[in-house]
Each structure stands twice: as structure tokens, then as C-alpha cells.
Design a protein around this ligand. Structure first.
Ligand SMILES: [Zn+2]
Length: 350
């Protein structure tokens, strides 16, 4: 008997000692907890942050109808005539279901007259019915001016563009920097190691401006243009620190944030998230930043509407980190603002 027990222990210990590559580790959790299927958003919903350039309007509409998505805002990544073409393609397919945010065009940054041209382009976008303009993280991380200097986000040459956007009622969206983990070494302490190992070019460790500096440059702009509405994508890139986002919203009444691609961060701090959504219900817009798909939208609704525990977050193919999320069961009045009313304030500002 004792001999058998010894053998068993030996066997178990030997199998546990086998080195298992992290990429092969796929544990199945054993919790038996509530699972709520949410097929459609509880209220009509506007996805304020998506990228549809590569999509067919008909296919997207089918998913929207199935999930109670009233409208999708396409942040086009095209510039020049191609931007107008994609805008028209979606408007022609369903004018009331699609909107377009323009992508800031840096292609002729170092040619004479660039900054004046940016203001003219903004006017053209506005005339064509675009609903916003987006400045991406290349500003502050990679873009250099003719002298070889890294462009600052708070470069005063951008000021006339922000002022013009205010005049036209066109919100300015910023995606500045990236998650905190992307500014840390890609090593065993990095909680998004697998994601960064799969995409080493997403890492900005050792960047010219630190993440704190980048956010400080961005944050200084909002108070200087109080008549312009700003939207900080991805919870102002501080979903790891919602107190920071709260202070930013407190200080700047002209600022909104979207939740695009940050369900993983929000859903692993459900108590803090829930309080944040309740407190800033008027300032947060729903957005996904993920390819339109039934399951993707349903995971968002499950997170926002239910008390379900420990489930997968919506994400693209490479997961953000090895954790699960918890639903934050937002009340109806908050859901209505988050899903639709706040986005309408941005869309109807023009
Ligand atoms: Zn995006």
C-alpha cells in the first residue's frame, strides 16, 4: 500500500516537473457561476470607436441589427481623396447608420504651408459631413519636423487647428501613447508579455518622451481650448488608473473619454470601474475598436449590463493579459448615456 502511494506521488511530481511553455498553458477554470447570454444591447447603442475601412457596409449592418447597434463611427485611417471615398461608401449604404472621423494627415508635414493646409483640410472634412478628427500616437512618439526634432503634442502650431475644430463643432480625438505595459521592458515582469512578444513593435520602452510626459503634453491642451470638444480614446490611455482619468475629466468639462479596447482593464477592477461609470456617466462614450462581430459586441454588453463573474474579455487575436473580467451591472440611466446619449452630444455638436 505504502509502496503504491509512494509510486503515485512520484508519478504526479514527475509530470508536474515537465516544463510547459507559457504559450501552451491553457487552463480551464472550474468555477460554476452565473452565465448570462446578452444577445442585444439593452438600449440602442452607438459604437463611437471603430475602423471600418476594410469592411463591407452590408456585412456590418447585419451585425449591427442583430446586436442593437444603431450607428457606428468609422475612424478612417485613410487620408486625402481615399478618406472622402470611404466616407461616401458608408453614407451611400446607410446614411443614418454610419459616421466618419477623419485621420490627421501628416504626409506633407515637412512641406511649406503644412499647418495652414491642415486647417483647410479640416474645413473640407466638415463640409463633407465628417464628425471628428483624430490625432494618433505617432504624434509624440515618431513624427519629426524638418529640423529632426520629435514633434511635441502641445506644439503651438497645432493650436489654430484646435480652434477651428471648436468653431466648426468638430470634436478632436486623441489617441496618445498606449497602455502602461507598452512602456516597460518586455520581460518576465511585464503583465502583457505574451502580447508584446507577439508584437515587439508595440513596445515603446525607452521612447523619446516618457508616457507621463506624453500625457502631460496632451492634457495641457484641453484647458487652452475650452471651446473645443476633445475625446480621449481608450480612457485617455490611463485605464490602469481611473483616478487619473477622473481628475482629468474633473479639470476639463470639454473632455469625453471612450472605452475602446479597454474592457480587459476595466473588467478586472469591477468595483473601481463601476464607481467610475456611475460618477462620470455623462462623459464616457461606448466604443469597441474591434472588428465588428456578434461575439465581440455581446461580450461588451455582458460586461456592462450583468453581474457575471470571471469571463473572457473581448479582444483581437492576441490577448492583452492572462486574466478574466467581471460584469459591472450598470443601471439603465447610465447605460442609456454610455450607449447613446453622450455620443449623440458629440455627433450633434455640429
Ligand atoms: Zn482605434
Amino acid at each position: 500500500m505504502a509502496e503504491n502511494t509512494d509510486k503515485f506521488i512520484e508519478m504526479v511530481t514527475a509530470s508536474a516537473r515537465v516544463e510547459l511553455p507559457l504559450s501552451d498553458f491553457a487552463p480551464r477554470h472550474g468555477l460554476r457561476v452565473q452565465t448570462t447570454a446578452v444577445e442585444r444591447a439593452k438600449f440602442p447603442c452607438i459604437d463611437y470607436h471603430n475602423h471600418l475601412d476594410a469592411q463591407t457596409p452590408k456585412d456590418v449592418l447585419r451585425i449591427m441589427d442583430a446586436c442593437n447597434i444603431e450607428r457606428v463611427v468609422n475612424i478612417t485611417m485613410r487620408t486625402g481623396e481615399a478618406a472622402f471615398e470611404v466616407h461616401r461608401r458608408f453614407k451611400d449604404a446607410a446614411a443614418t447608420r454610419f459616421e466618419t472621423i477623419a485621420w490627421f494627415d501628416w504626409s506633407d508635414l515637412n512641406e511649406p504651408g503644412f499647418w495652414e493646409r491642415c486647417v483647410e483640410r479640416l474645413e473640407r472634412y466638415s463640409d463633407a459631413g465628417f464628425c471628428g478628427i483624430k490625432l494618433w500616437k505617432d504624434l509624440g512618439l515618431t513624427l519629426k519636423d524638418a529640423s529632426g526634432e520629435m514633434l511635441r503634442i502641445d506644439d503651438e502650431r497645432l493650436a489654430p487647428i484646435f480652434e477651428k475644430a471648436g468653431e466648426l463643432g468638430i470634436p478632436v480625438m486623441f489617441h496618445t501613447a498606449d497602455p502602461d505595459a507598452f512602456f516597460l521592458p518586455i520581460d518576465r515582469f511585464n503583465e502583457r508579455y505574451e502580447e508584446l512578444a507577439a508584437h515587439p513593435d508595440w513596445g515603446f520602452y525607452g521612447s523619446h518622451f516618457s508616457k507621463d510626459e506624453l500625457l502631460a503634453q496632451r492634457d495641457s491642451i484641453f484647458a487652452r481650448h475650452p471651446k473645443t470638444t476633445f475625446v480621449c480614446a481608450h480612457l485617455a490611455e490611463k485605464s490602469e488608473d481611473l483616478a487619473y482619468v477622473g481628475r482629468l475629466l474633473d479639470a476639463n468639462p470639454n473632455l469625453f473619454v471612450d472605452i475602446g479596447a479597454r474592457t480587459a482593464e476595466l473588467g478586472r477592477q469591477p468595483y473601481t470601474s463601476r464607481e467610475f461609470f456611475l460618477k462620470y456617466a455623462d462623459r464616457i462614450v461606448f466604443g469597441t475598436d474591434l472588428v465588428p462581430d456578434l461575439e465581440m459586441y455581446r461580450l461588451h454588453f455582458r460586461f456592462l449590463e450583468t453581474r457575471d463573474e470571471y469571463f473572457d474579455y473581448p479582444s483581437h487575436a492576441s490577448r492583452q493579459g492572462r486574466w478574466q473580467i467581471y460584469g459591472i451591472y450598470l443601471p439603465d440611466d447610465v447605460l442609456k448615456k454610455l450607449y447613446r446619449e453622450n455620443a449623440l452630444r458629440l455627433l450633434e455638436a455640429r
